[in-house]
Design a protein around this ligand. Sequence first.
Ligand code: ADP
Ligand code: MG
Length: 164
Amino acid sequence: MQKTIYLADETALLGLAQQLAQSVSQHQALLRDQGLTMYLLGELGAGKTTFSRGFIQQLGHQGHVKSPTYTLVETYELPPWTVHHFDLYRLADAEELEFMGIRDYLGTDRIVLAEWPQRGEGYLPSPDLTIKIDYADQARSITLNARTERGRVLLDTMECETSS
Ligand code: ADP
Ligand code: MG
């Protein structure tokens, strides 16, 4: 299942990210035992970190959402979830994820949001949802793609809300 949405400005993009977080909260009983993985795709400056900020703040984080470009991962404790926001742009070799103890990040009750997931291929869990952001001049278009049944459940809820 796939859905493409046109977003006129940053506020609209943040709104979509918030809607996704609300959908996650709504289905948390179903999602928690296996965790959730989302890949963020798109060029530099497309809005992947902006989307992550909207998502993480909607789940309850009050402060700044820092781009994990240099740290590779920023973790947020947002009960009942632990959110790991990865940015693998600067990762030279996917195997580095093994050395940083990637397995410790992948238990239950966790959400992985990953920018540049291609660079961690073979080490990151496979996605429930891919979120691709494309430039449309100053605006953006976002394509959400459900890759698992759990991703489909999330997308279903969002469709109800966006089609109204
Ligand atoms: P990425 O993480 O994909 O490299 P960022 O989220 O860090 O991108 O940056 C996106 C930039 O684009 C921000 O400076 C944001 O203000 C700007 N921007 C302009 N229009 C939009 C839009 N419609 N949606 C998201 N970001 C936008
Ligand atoms: Mg970024």
